[in-house]
Design a protein. Structure first.
Length: 50
């Protein structure tokens, strides 16, 4: 089972760096930026009202 969550960010580049340091693989799916590991899928949403 894989957990999927969404997180807002004010700085997309800093969030990408942060999740890479945690060992996540960063993927682009259309207009979405996704951080993925074996059990978690995190959509990094640059819209602060997310």
């Amino acid at each position: 089972m894989q957990l999927t969550i969404q997180t807002p960010t004010a700085d997309l580049n800093q969030s990408i760096i942060f999740y890479k340091k945690l060992g996540f693989e960063i993927q682009t799916q259309g207009s979405k930026i996704i951080a993925i590991d074996s059990q978690t899928c995190i959509e990094i949403n640059s819209k602060r009202m997310a």
